[in-house]
Every structure is written in structure tokens, then in C-alpha cells.
Write a protein that binds this ligand. Sequence first.
Ligand code: PEP
Ligand code: MG
Length: 959
Amino acid sequence: MIIVSICHSEIDFYGWFVKIKALKILLEMEKDIMSKKYVYFFGGGQSEGSASLKNLLGGKGANLADMAELGLPVPPGFTVTTEACSEYCTLGKESLFDLIKPEIDDALAKLEETTNKTFGKGPKPLLVSVRSGAAVSMPGMMDTVLNLGLNDETVEAMIALTNNERFVMDSYRRFIQMFGNVVMGMEHHDFETQLDKVKSATGKVLDTDLDVDDLKEVIKLYKAVVKEVSGEDFPTDPMEQLWRGMAAVFGSWNNPRAIKYRQLNDIRSLWGTAVNVQTMVFGNSGDNSATGVAFTRDPSTGANEYFYGEYLINAQGEDVVAGIRTPQQITKAGSRAWATSQSVSEDVRGSEYPSLEEAMPVVFAELDAIRDKLEKHYKDMQDIEFTIEDGTLYMLQTRNGKRTAQAAVKIAYDLKTEGLISEKEAVLRVEPKQLDQLLHPVFVKESEVEAKTLTVGLPASPGAATGQVVFSADAAEAAKAEGRSVILCRVETSPEDIGGMDACCGILTARGGMTSHAAVVARGMGKCCVSGAGDISVDYEAGQFIVGDSVVKDGEWLSLNGSTGAVYLGKVDTVDPALDGAFGSIMELADKYRKIGVRTNADSPKDAEVAVKFGAEGIGLCRTEHMFFEGDRITSVRKLILVAEEVKELRKQMLYAEGKEKAALEAKVAIPLSQYNEALAELLPLQREDFTGIFKALGGLPCTVRLLDPPLHEFLPHEVKGQEDMAKDMGLTLAKVRHLVDSLHEFNPMLGHRGCRLGITYPEVTQMQVRAIVEAAASVEGSKPEIMVPLVGNVKELKSQKEIIVATIKEVEAETGKKIDVKIGTMIEVPRAAITADEIAEEAEFFSFGTNDLTQMGCGFSRDDAGKFLGDYVEKGIYEYDPFAVLDQSGIGKLVKYAVDAGRKTRPNIKLGICGEHGGDPASVEFCCNIGLDYVSCSPYRVPIARLAAAHAAIKAEK
Ligand code: PEP
Ligand code: MG
């Protein structure tokens, strides 16, 4: 079509030239599409795909091919590639299906031949599962259809074949429900209502209680409800079922929850999901059948004590995660631990919830051997799915298991110790961002002991959470927008709850095991979660849950311990976690391989201590203004501000006055000047004390102290109440205070009278601060102060401030008789400073890139206002990330790189660091390493993240 329309429009020679070029491109594209292979077969001892084709076959497809190649018992099938999904999204369903039909027909024929069954007909009908699988796992976010190929005809053949009518009918009703929901867009409750009708008519409680006649009735009702809601008969043609099933899976790539999941997990640049069409094996074909999911190591703690997982006898995959039946443990040890945590007696455990090890010892031994083989093959903890059909084990999936940060660290360390991976691989196995989870607080023991325990559920995802309870994902999102911290309580969660799960601080569910949706998603998010708290009865209508004799209503405070499963009423105090063992070892390895220093942004001895504990190698930014708010020193600051302007004006006039006029001005300035000096004199010892504390906490590590930066109005009260208090405290009228506030008002304070501009107007403030720093350094042996001038844009600003700094240092040295080594440098946070870095380096011994302001001024985004629209920018892909969170490497990064090169040209040994928020962001840290900065500086809790990110950058750079 496009080609035809190109050829028919009337155009000149140049136009023809362009047309021919376009035509060639289109023909190339078409040739490219036609030559692609879209379907890869696996099974019967051969695989067309392999683990290395993960991007093309998705994680599931690649590993199925790999497992089949390894000789593991994988039901045969084929994978339709992620490229096909991409084409589904761009060309549309019809075009794609025309394109892949010959390959699908071939693969089906091969599958029939391998299994000796026929798809959708004959005495041995071939049934298949149709499952999604992207290159990065997105658990539960996309669609799956099981038992595909069933219809009234194949059902009869299956009954004759299996001699198990109940199993076949159960599979058929599951298929109608799943296909109806996933493919035909019907709601779960459309079907649940029919199922409940039959259950209540027959007085049965569990699905497994339903007999053949009940199931036949369910099927009849299901078909009727399909017709009623969708307006069409349930499709009986297996080929139609297959095409529609594949279309649904491809389509689910762009369903809202999958998009949200990719956004939340920063999953980008994938082609789409693959579709895996695989021969069905049945875990629900009787009591010698089962299905389960397992982790080769504990995904919560990383422990390698036993094979960690759950299974259900006579069930299909979705039963294990749906939380309807209580899953049983794989190993006897795991089963006993579970029984203890749930207060289930050994007798009851053994008879009602036996482990797979006890119930099917032979299959267990085979599975355990596969566990070992898979770990050695993939050299990582695996998350596996298996089905046992009439005593025969089948592997349905293996992938690197999602894990908590704690588990990631332990598993990486253990795999290295076991010799499976190298030190560098161990470092790369822990995602820097994931450490955030480990660094979060846990409950204070005493406070936890005193708290009222409501119940104990399963410890699904570790950590501690305290918040007000809400009962819907929407309520959680709304509460987050109001700045409230909430706990999301659900009977069980579903992928639709993803936004609320992200918004809350902890998740509590009444149903679901350790592999339930809530547990898996919470672990991935690093969020505290207690699942399967079966004692609680949740009433969404009433907005409450009841547990024992307690009624907990919407908005009440609740605390969760995700490491023990305890649920407490009220708030419980938290404390910083203790970090040692495997964490310490991985961090040591990170330090061994990283090539860039890591400092911290800290303004108090306490923060400095925390940061040093986390491995900070000094302070890269001490913002002195934060100290001005402490205690009653704000009064001295305000006293200074009150007269500063007047002193400045009178002094200016005095410059040009002579004789009597000068004398009059001197008399006039005397009082405000004495007040000005008095305020500075009050502040000096306080600042000195601050720096003394910080230098002591640093124990000889370097400390970059930034001189006063924010505009003065930030130290004044803007609310009437505050202004009244200030007036009272300082013996002023309210009008005077208001006048002062008004006089300091600026239209654009971020570009106003701040940074070194303050020191230029009020040199005594610089003098006071420098004196405090140097006197403190003189009193603490080994201190390494570095004085940093903020917001310099012109070398003359720095020169002017430097003169004051140098003179003051000399004064203190003369007074104390001590030689203090003080480095003097500047922030590079104004674009002009970056561009003239060669000139600035003449005066500066170090640069620290203030990328917060550099981003603000470089991109022209107000730090205060950009939040309102930057979300739209990121959503529309104008900026890939919020540039205040992740350095805009192609824009602001270029300014930084330019300044680095220019600075080094002038002063080869100039020290270069970054202290904007980007100093703790892994991608930005990598950039800083690559352009050769000496250190990054970030908030104390991000220090380990930066250390690990720096090691990742160094190791990746070697490759
Ligand atoms: C910066 O601008 O990057 C910086 C660290 O300074 P502040 O955030 O205090 O302006
Ligand atoms: Mg700044």
C-alpha cells in the first residue's frame, strides 16, 4: 500500500530520488521480516533455541530449550519469539499471523509427531498450555492459558484415554474459565458465581469436593455465562483457540499492569513477550499427581539449608499461587519449620500436610538431583516450576529466582565461597539499588516485645513496616499522595493491586503462601510483607478486619514484621539494621574492585558516624546552613539578618562620604553594626562546636565544608504565627518582622542572593565560618578540612572569597601557632562555571559538581516547580528519567565532562567529585567513574549503594 501510494504521487526528480530510497528501505524491511525465524521447537531430545537466545525466546523459552538440551524431563513444545510480539504490536494481529502460520503449522506437526498425539482431535488428543515469557521475568503480569485444545469431542477422547472422568471434567471447566477470562475478557467473578452456585446447591466447600456430575453442571453454567456475557459461543475449534490464545498473550504485553510493572522495575528496551506453546502435563490427574514451585535456596534469606518450595497434590499450577488451598512444603525439614511457625502439630502435619519428600520420595529424589544440576548449570539460585503427572516428574520452568536484598547478598557470597562464581561475579550479582532494602530500619526489640501481637502470618518479605491500615490499592495510592504511610491489607493480592502495593509501606494478606502473588511481588519490590495471616477475617465493605476479639478499622495503626510474620496493633519503633557477615564481605569485595572514592553528604556528627559505618571515606558536602536551624541559634541568625541589609547600605554610603557626613554615618551604623557583630560572635562558637564534632566523628577523613548557600529569607518565618513568635522573641513589632520578610522577598530565589553572592555582600559571614572551621580543625588532631565556595559562576567570585578565606586561615594559624592544611575549592553548579572551568581551576584546588543546581540551571528546570511536569516528560520519553534523580548524561553530563577536562588541563592534580543527589544513583555513579572523577558523595544510607555501583562500573569497564 505504502509502496503503491509512493509511486503514484506527482513529484520532481529530487522527489523521485527520495521515493526510490524509501522504496528500497521498505523492500529491505520486508525482506528482513520474511527471512526471520519466529518459531523455535524444543523437546524429544533436541532444541532449536538455547539459553543464549534469551532476548529472542524470553527467559522461559530460552531455559526450556536449554533444559531440554540438558536432558531434563521437559514436555515438548515451541516458542514464538519476542520479535513476533514486537511485530504483533506494530503490524497488527492479522499480518503477524499470516507471516508465522507456516512455521506454526510445522511446529504443531512436529509436536504431534514427538508426542504421538493429535492436536484437538483423535483418540489421543494433544492439549497445550500457552504461556507468556519475556526476557526479564514479570511474574503474574501477563497471561497464560492452560488445557487448550479441549472441547466436547476431545473431552470424550481424554476420558476414554485416562479413564478418569473427574480429572477431565475438572480440566475442561478450568479451561473455559481461564480462556473466558484471559482471551474473551470476562471477569473471574462471572465464573466464581457459577461455581459457588453448584457448591452451595450440593453443600460442598472445596473445588476438590466436586464430583463428575457437579463438574458437568459447572461446565454447563460456564458455557451459558460465556454466551450471556460475551455474546458468542465458547469456541470449540482448537486452532481458533490456539490463535486466540497466542493473540491474548501477545496482547497482554501492553496491558496496564504489565506496563506499570515495567515502569516500576525500570524494565526497558525489550521486544515483547514470547509465547510458549507446550504439551500439557497434568498435576490434577489424581492423587499420584501434583504441581509445585520451588527455589533452590531460600529467596527471603538466601539460606541453603533445604530445598525451599511448595506443592499441592492433585492440582494445576494456578492452585499453588491462588491461595485457595494451603500449599505443602517440598522437604520434611521445611515442612516441620512451617508447622512450628503455624502451630500445627506433628501428627496433623504428617497426615494432612506431608512434604513431597514424605509423600513421593522417589520423585522428590529426582527433583532434588535436578535442583543441584540446575544450580551448577546456571550458577545461580533457580526458581523452578514442576508438575508430577501420575508419578512422572516434568520440569515446566527454571529461571534465576527473584530474591530479597538480604538473600541476594548471601547467595552471591555463598556461590563465590562454593567456587561456582568469581569474586567479580559475586559483586555483579547484587544490584546496588537493591541494597536500599537492606539498609532500612528494623523494629526496636523492646518496642516490639511490648507491642500487642494480633496474629502471625508467613514471613513473606523481610523488613519492618508501620502504617495506617487501608483495604484497597486505590486507598493506598491516595494515602501516599497525602504523604501518609499505610499498610495495604487484602484477602489476597492480584496484579491489579500493583500500584497500591508500590504505594504502601507494607502488605498484609489473609490468604496465600510464600509463593503467592503478594509474597513474590513484595520481595521484588523490597517491601515488607506478611502473607497468609489466616486468622484475620477481612471485610472490605465494613472497612475492617477481625482477628480474635480485636476489630481493626480503616486508618488504625498497624505494624508488620516481614521477617517473622508478626502483625502488631499500633506503632512499633524502628532502628537501623546491623550489617555484617555476607554484607560486609560483599562490600569488601566491592571496595577491592572499585576505582572511585565514596564520600558522604553529612551535616552533623551523627550522620557522619552513620556514613563512616557504611564505609564513607570522608564528607564530600557539609551543608553548613542546616546547622543554623538547630536549637536557639536561629535567633542569632535572625538577629544578623535583621541588621545586615542596613549595615551594608550604610557602609556603601560611607565609602563615598567625607567629613561630617561620614561621621554621621559612622554614628548611625554603630548600633546595627554592633548587633551584626554580636550575632556573628554568637554564631562563631556554635559553628566551631559543630565542626569539632564532625571532625572528631571523621577521625582524620577529609571533610568538605560548604560556606553558607541558601538565600537569607529561608531563615525567616513565613507563617503569621512564626512571625509573631519572632517579633516576641526579638522584641520587635510584627510590622517590622513582616517588613523584613517582604524586603528579602525574591522573584526567583534559586537564582537570587545566595551562594558565594552572600559572602561577597557580607564578607564577615565568610570570615566567621572559615574561622569556625579552622579553629575546630586546630583543636582536632588530624582534621582535613576543605573549604568550598558555592554557586561560583565567574572566577572573580572565587578569587574574592578566597582572599578572605586565606587571610582568615593565616589569622587563626597565627593565633593558635598551628599550621592547618586547608584545601580551597568550589562547587561547579552554574553552567558558566563549567564552561570556564579552566579559569576557575587557577584558583580552585578541587571541584565538586553540584549537579542539583547544574541540572536546574542547565536544563532550565526549577528545582522547586519541575515536579509538576517532569513526570509528563518522562512518560513521553522526552527525558528518559527525572534528570534530578538520574544524571542527564547527554546534556548536563557533557557540561561535567567538559569541566573535568578543562579543570585538569589547568591543574592536572585537581581533585574532582560530585555531591549532587546523583552521587548515590548507580547509573550516575557509573558515569562519574567513566569520566574519571576522584569520588562521589551521597547521603549516608546510599554510601553502600554507591560503593557497590562504583565496583560494578569498574568491573564492567574491564569487559
Ligand atoms: C547541588 O546543587 O548539587 C548541591 C549539592 O547543592 P544544594 O543541593 O545544596 O543546592
Ligand atoms: Mg547547589
